[in-house]
Design a protein around this ligand. Structure first.
Ligand SMILES: NC(=O)c1ccc[n+]([C@@H]2O[C@H](COP(=O)([O-])OP(=O)(O)OC[C@H]3O[C@@H](n4cnc5c(N)ncnc54)[C@H](O)[C@@H]3O)[C@@H](O)[C@H]2O)c1
Length: 278
């Protein structure tokens, strides 16, 4: 079939992706590259980034790998400067880098609280600000995507710093969206549910058996499966591309219905409630 009429959704756009040495970030880099973007990936480990970059280059992609810890302002300034020096502009950003410490509320160490806020919230804020300044300078608008979580709908037990950081992302992103909209810069939040990354391996490892683990999670996920990293990446492409040109300030749940469900399915059948006429 002749597919020459199909255009790539991110053709000629330069996109920065943080946290792209493993997990969802790698899928984002691969999918954005496939859609024609020039990609700049960032994470603390240069060797890990280079492995990802080499693979994408071998597949024909245009990619640069810049070591950066998003909690360090100097690293983010360098990331933006290197992107502009290499590709001349920034059209999109995915603030994907994120960490979580799972601990009961009463046992949270202030240092752990601070670290999660520094990486998940402050890093995303600063890169949004630095990139948006560059977008204003170069003209032509842009699109910034924050990777938050279903934790922006309600809390899960043992994740207070993460809950706070991800809610904070929604707050500053809505503020940025309304202030930057007149300049053609869109800021949206994508909130994934449970994805098939290393986090899932950790969850299964902590369960008595994989079956019990699946039974529990599938009772709480209407779609009854895990989300593939590529699915999250494709939602990012939508938000980065002109296909979403009228969407800004939105928090979109990519969660197979998880946050629409109040309680998981009961393991027994409850009596149907009727109006008593039958
Ligand atoms: N996996 C899920 O089920 C899920 C669900 C909802 C939201 N999320 C969010 O998606 C994002 C990616 O999750 P993942 O599962 O791929 O995580 P992951 O742990 O597999 O990968 C995280 C990436 O972030 C990088 N990173 C960590 N600290 C960093 C720092 N200080 N500076 C720069 N990069 C840093 C790591 O090197 C890695 O590349 C996170 O923000 C996470 O909160 C994940």
């Amino acid at each position: 079939m002749d597919q020459s009429h199909i255009t790539m959704k991110l053709q000629n756009k330069t996109i920065i992706i943080t946290g792209a040495s493993k997990g969802l970030g790698v899928a984002m880099a691969e999918v954005c590259s496939r859609e024609g973007a020039k990609v700049v990936i960032a994470a603390p480990s240069q060797p890990d980034l280079d492995l990802v970059a080499d693979r994408i280059r071998a597949a024909g992609g245009t990619i640069e790998a810049v070591a950066a810890d998003v909690s360090r302002p100097a690293d983010l300034e360098n990331l933006v400067a290197k992107t502009v020096a290499t590709f001349g502009r920034i059209d999109g950003v995915i603030n994907n880098a994120g960490i979580n410490y799972v601990k009961p509320f009463l046992e949270i160490d202030p240092k752990e609280w601070q670290r999660v806020l520094d990486v998940d919230l402050n890093g995303a804020f600063l890169l949004t600000q630095l990139s948006a300044r560059q977008m204003v300078k170069q003209g032509g608008g842009g699109s910034i995507v924050q990777i938050a979580s279903v934790h922006t709908h309600a809390a899960l037990v043992g994740a207070a710093p993460y809950d706070a950081a991800k809610h904070g992302m929604v707050g500053f992103s809505k503020a940025a969206a309304v202030e930057l909209a007149p300049l053609g810069i869109r800021v949206n939040i994508l909130s994934p549910g449970l994805c098939a990354t290393e986090i899932w391996k950790d969850i299964v490892a902590a369960a008595p058996s994989e079956k019990e683990c699946l039974d529990y999670w599938y009772a709480n996920i209407p779609g009854q499966r895990l989300i593939a990293p590529e699915e999250v990446a494709k939602s990012c492409v939508f938000l980065l591309s002109d296909d979403s040109s009228c969407i800004t300030g939105a928090n979109i749940f990519a969660d197979l219905g998880m946050t629409s469900l109040l309680l998981g399915r009961e393991p027994y059948a409850s009596k149907a409630i009727t109006d008593g006429t039958k």
